[in-house]
Design a protein around this ligand. Structure first.
Ligand SMILES: C[S@@+](CC[C@H](N)C(=O)[O-])C[C@H]1O[C@@H](n2cnc3c(N)ncnc32)[C@H](O)[C@@H]1O
Length: 258
């Protein structure tokens, strides 16, 4: 049933937008000497090889993280750059961290991490690098519902679905409303694609109407291939950390140069 494999897309322009904001939030939250919870509903395999056949086949990482590094989009002190540099020192120059290993770079021993990944092969790969976290081979929303509100109470939930099922776009605002009610102090971040047919738009409108204070960051970019439906990336963040809007604006301006 699950056919999406993130290895084809790791490090692309959408990942870069999502991971730059994720790393910035984790860096900010972990600067305070108080433990936190980090939850992910759709974790993926955690570590990617940009020299592997999947990445080579699409070329998406070349147009994403590789070009961004060449054009200095991520200064040496940027939180994503720091996590990336550590991963490359450990795993080689073509390695790229998925969101779980970006989180691992910032989390401290007193923090609690819960990662859900449903795909058996992706979950097995995640288990090889995810020893720092509690791993759940179950539906990510079920996991989040069972855990929220988590202990420790402060923290971040990343929701990064593969949107393989069209019904996801209808269901996500309901899932998020329920989780935000249960965990009203948590930062809840949803990633979504911006598609040429505008399929995401009603979902985004519903989310904004439910929480006008949430941060919305959208960037646009050329399609990975002629006719490819994804032409941008969005992040919707409930209870955004202070200063995130400035970082989002900096990143959005970089995409405007594409
Ligand atoms: C976009 S990828 C995740 C990428 C990862 N968050 C990152 O940024 O590195 C989505 C992942 O969700 C997994 N998945 C799909 N449906 C799921 C579900 N209902 N619950 C948990 N994981 C699911 C897929 O197997 C895939 O690995």
């Amino acid at each position: 049933m699950l056919s999406y494999q993130h290895a084809y897309h790791a490090g692309n322009l959408a990942d870069l937008h999502k991971h730059a904001l994720l790393a910035w939030m984790l860096d900010y939250l972990c600067a305070k000497p108080k433990p936190l919870s980090y939850l992910e509903t759709h974790a993926g395999r955690g570590l990617y090889d940009l020299g592997g056949p999947e990445s080579e086949k699409t070329g998406e990482a070349r147009a994403g993280i590789t070009r961004a590094l060449a054009q200095d989009w991520l200064p040496a002190d940027h939180p994503l750059r720091q996590a990336l540099d550590q991963i490359r020192a450990l795993h080689g120059p073509q390695a790229y961290p998925g969101s779980p290993l970006i989180a691992r770079y910032f989390l401290r021993p007193e923090d609690e991490a819960h990662l859900a990944e449903l795909h058996p092969a992706e979950h097995d790969a995640l288990a090889r690098v995810g020893g720092f976290a509690h791993l759940h081979r179950q539906d990510g929303f079920q996991m989040a519902n069972a855990i929220c509100p988590p202990t420790p109470r402060r923290g971040l939930l990343l929701i990064d679905p593969s949107y393989e099922i069209k019904a996801d776009y209808d269901a996500i605002p309901r899932h998020i409303a329920k989780l935000a009610r249960k965990w009203n102090v948590g930062t809840i971040a949803l990633w979504y694609p911006i598609l040429t047919d505008g399929r995401q738009a009603p979902m985004v409108e519903t989310l904004r109407a439910a929480d006008p204070e949430a941060l919305l960051s959208e960037v646009r970019f050329p399609p990975a291939r002629p006719g490819h439906g994804m032409v941008g990336s969005g992040m919707f963040v409930i209870n955004p950390p202070y200063g995130l809007s400035d970082e989002a604006a900096r990143i959005e301006a970089l995409y405007d140069t594409l």
